[in-house]
Write a protein that binds this ligand. Sequence first.
Ligand code: SF4
Ligand code: SF4
Length: 178
Amino acid sequence: MSAENFTEAASRLCTACGMCCDGTMFQIVRMQPGDCAAELGKLGLKIRSRNGEFHMEQPCAALKELRCTVYEKRPTRCRLFHCQQLRLMETGETTEPEAMKLILETRAQAALVRDLIEQNGLREDGQALLDRFERVMSTPVDAALEPELAVAREALDNAMRKLRRVINREFRPPPLAG
Ligand code: SF4
Ligand code: SF4
């Protein structure tokens, strides 16, 4: 695939996906040398510091209708990030339609997890998906006293396991060697 064709196909896939920006895949994005936390904060990104290091919280405030509204000024890690599907497409190991199908299926699974989180009593609160999931799961349920809630809790646990499996297998880039 030529560089130009790849860029165009990646743009179509990313604007149908957004999972590396909307809190589905990540909780934070770490700032890198050269990133100006103050400038990014002025753009509306949720910049926080921990132990002297800056990061941006997800879901990213710059993502609107699956598009990055600060694209030209986005942080370094956003510039460098190519998920596994984009990498496979670039090397010809998958095609745009195959990647698109997987993206749509995975987004549907993430939507199911979000629905189940609400069914478990936690309304949308703008936090990353994993944070919300862990918050729900940290509250014990007595199946004898709350059988319906116990069923909803188990359904959420199963749906999240499935989502994490597919994200880890199909979207997270492999760890760097060495
Ligand atoms: S997960 Fe991949 S396809 Fe989806 S928005 Fe991120 S880089 Fe694009
Ligand atoms: S700055 Fe843009 S590319 Fe980076 S996480 Fe936010 S929406 Fe995504």
